[in-house]
Design a protein around this ligand. Structure first.
Ligand code: COA
Ligand code: AMP
Length: 629
């Protein structure tokens, strides 16, 4: 079938499309139907089924006689360690950890926070939770204690599973002291923690509260896979919204199994046994869907890579991994390719390795600029597939469906709507726009299986953030346009979310941090263009009247404050002090205009601006920093 035929077949009979896809999942009790719409505009899928995600990701492969096949390759150029875990070993590991958690009272529905670096045990922890129905919430290691505390208070976990440290180029990041601080700050206190000790920085354990990973699992019973309802939450993953309070994206078990499994052949074009590699982090959605669940459910060995695209040890590290494990489909963020291209523009490292196993490269997480795509295509000689999705959606919504049909690649476009997604470009009033016109990217409800049904503990926020602007549609927060061939182009965010090195961050959250500095009266954070990371945050600081402290000192304190409160991942290093911020007459800060000025783009003088002269002051402040050129 062609892409168009598959898309039309879905559109004509979505129920059949999804029930057919559900046939590839092993159910304890199969669903009687796919869509449950009685709470529209909140939708649920496969709700009346019974299923277990760990069974589908692990046990079923063992039962099918593939227990000796490798499930996880761990490759850590940063420590020099490598290991392999077979499906049979993964079954034992998840049963042991799951059993130990149950023995400490963790039941289906209890939350468990996972704060771990890129080690195979991070996947074991996620799957052990899935095995016993505990709802995991993985927190990215680059977040600081305060961010972890916010998530502890929102998810109210019974337990936290953490690594003693993460390893970044040139420094060991001790996670355990951050965890201790977070538990100290949080109002909710988890009952216990399980700590994976790493030799680079073993942690001090608090007697009675902290348990060492191996000791914790000695002499405890093995856990079976617990039968869970289709709508049982598999996990909560926090993502940036417009405020300091992150959004807890909820992922129901059955929908995510069906949707992820479907994407592996149809979008990523892999058969069971093919090695699939997503070079991301388990703390992000790409890590949840395409390092952990989708490859394992579909029977594809996955790679847990603890390293960076450059510097661990060089710009050839990705190619070495592809050669060594015969990677067939490779997924990463454009920023990683920009970093490699900067170090190795002629592709000298690429030529050192045999990349003949590779069939396609997939890019997502931020806009893939045509230069990067062309460079990657020239170097690797395989299709470079830009695809678009979000934490909320769980799997790609726009993609060149390579496993169905390789459509012509159009530079700058993540291609066409994936079956299941009816994507429209709307104007402010919700009217559909014509081809070529820039508008809000919205998805007609219901969203397909695997997408969020709501936000954890925040249904009102879910409705307000996503469903109210365009009734009948899900608002993505992105702006874009569609061309005459139905290809979409994603151009920018419509809110205060920025994308730094493929990491989604909230400028609102950063402003809340800066506002806490005692000398700051008012501030604004914007995302400015960056040739490596796509965007970087830049802060404008207005000081309290009478403050006569050294400006550089205040800026340095703000940079440190951001690192301490949000974490190094915020990459907040640019700030400037200004007298005033440009605002509308009603007091709204004109962040969009400041972005245009910083990026040296043309802009229209906003009709409602209070005092146009301020824009010149902004320009003057930005020029010495290399912006507004
Ligand atoms: N734990 C602790 N700190 C972390 C961390 C982690 N898991 N991940 C990143 N950090 C720190 C980094 O050490 C860095 O700290 P620094 O300011 O002291 O240097 C900071 O957070 C910013 O990290 P990063 O965004 O990774 O930038 P970088 O300059 O270290 O590396 C790239 C640049 C392009 C190599 C890197 O961003 C990269 O590999 N990007 C790929 C993006 C990606 O996979 N995104 C996932 C979504 S698909
Ligand atoms: P996250 O939820 O962290 O995956 O971030 C999702 C956001 O990243 C989207 O809403 C987009 O703004 C951006 N994004 C992801 N993939 C792409 C892409 N292929 N092209 C452009 N922007 C993208």
């Amino acid at each position: 079938m062609t892409y168009q035929q598959v898309y039309d077949a879905w559109k004509n009979d979505p129920e059949k499309h999804w029930m057919d896809a559900a046939g590839h999942i092993d159910w304890v009790s199969p669903p009687t139907k796919a869509l449950f719409d009685e709470n529209a505009p909140l939708f649920e899928w496969f709700k009346d089924a019974e299923v277990n995600a760990c069974y589908n990701a692990v046990d079923r492969h063992v039962n099918a006689g593939r227990g000796d096949q490798v499930a996880i390759y761990y490759d850590s150029p940063i420590t020099g360690r490598k290991s392999q875990t077979t499906y049979a070993e993964l079954q034992t590991a998840t049963a042991k950890l799951g059993g130990a958690l149950q023995a400490k009272g963790v039941k289906a529905g209890d939350r468990v926070i996972i704060y771990m670096p890129m080690v195979a045990e991070a996947l074991v922890a996620m799957l052990a939770c899935a095995r016993i129905g505990a709802v995991h919430s993985v927190v990215f290691g680059g977040f600081a204690a305060a961010e972890l505390a916010t998530r502890i208070d929102d998810a109210t976990p019974k337990a936290v599973i953490a690594g003693s440290c993460g390893i970044e180029p040139g420094r060991v990041v001790a996670y355990k002291p951050l965890l201790d601080d977070a538990i100290e700050i949080a109002a909710h206190k988890p009952e216990f923690t399980v700590i994976l000790q790493r030799e680079e920085a073993p942690a001090d354990l608090i007697d009675g509260r902290d348990f060492e990973w191996n000791d914790f699992q000695t002499d405890t019973p093995l856990a079976d896979c617990v039968a869970l309802r289709g709508d049982h939450p598999a996990y909560i993953l926090y993502t940036s919204g417009t405020t300091g309070q992150p959004k807890g994206v909820l992922r129901p078990t059955a929908g995510h199994l069906v949707a992820l499994n479907w994407t592996m052949k149809n979008l990523y074009n892999v058969e069971a046994g093919d090695v699939f590699w997503a070079a991301s982090d388990v703390g992000w959605i790409v890590g949840h869907s395409y390092i952990c669940y989708a490859p394992l459910i579909h029977g594809n060995p996955t790679i847990v890579f603890e390293g960076k695209p450059i510097g661990t040890p060089d710009a050839g590290t990705f190619w070495r991994v592809i050669e060594e494990y015969n990677v067939r489909a490779f997924f990463t963020a454009p920023t990683a390719f920009r970093a490699i291209k900067r170090e190795d523009p002629t592709g000298a490292f690429v030529k050192k390795y045999d990349l003949s196993s590779l069939r396609a490269l997939y890019l997502a997480g931020e806009r893939a600029d045509p230069d990067t795509i062309t460079w990657a295509q020239d170097q690797l000689g395989v299709p470079v597939i830009d695809h678009w999705w979000q934490t909320e959606l769980g799997s790609p919504a726009l993609c060149n469906p390579v496993g169905i049909e390789l459509l012509p690649v159009k530079l700058g476009s993540p291609s066409v709507a994936v079956p299941g997604f009816d994507i429209r470009i709307l104007d402010e009033d919700g009217t559909e726009m014509r081809a070529g016109e820039l508008g809000a990217v919205a998805i007609k409800l219901p969203l397909p299986p695997g997408t969020l049904p709501t936000l954890w503990n925040a249904e009102d926020r879910y409705r307000k953030s996503y469903l109210e602007t365009f009734p009948g549609y899900y608002e993505t927060g992105d702006a874009g346009y569609v061309d005459d061939d139905g290809y979409l182009y994603i151009m920018a965010r419509t809110d205060d979310v920025i994308n730094v090195a493929g990491h989604r961050l909230s400028t609102g959250a950063m402003e809340e941090v800066l506002a806490d500095h005692p000398d700051i009266a008012e501030c604004a954070v914007i995302g400015v263009s960056d040739t490596l990371k796509g965007q970087l945050p830049l802060g404008f600081l207005c000081l309290n009247a009478g403050c006569d402290r050294e400006e550089n000192e205040i800026i340095a304190e703000c940079v440190k404050l951001m690192r301490d409160k949000i974490g190094p991942v915020a990459a907040f290093k640019l700030a400037t002090i200004v007298e005033r911020l440009p605002k509308t007459r009603s007091g709204k800060i004109l962040r969009g205009t400041m972005v245009s000025i910083a990026d040296g783009k043309d802009y229209k003088m906003p009709a409602t601006i209070d005092d146009p002269a301020i824009l010149d002051e902004i320009k003057k402040a930005l020029k010495p920093m290399g912006y507004a050129q």
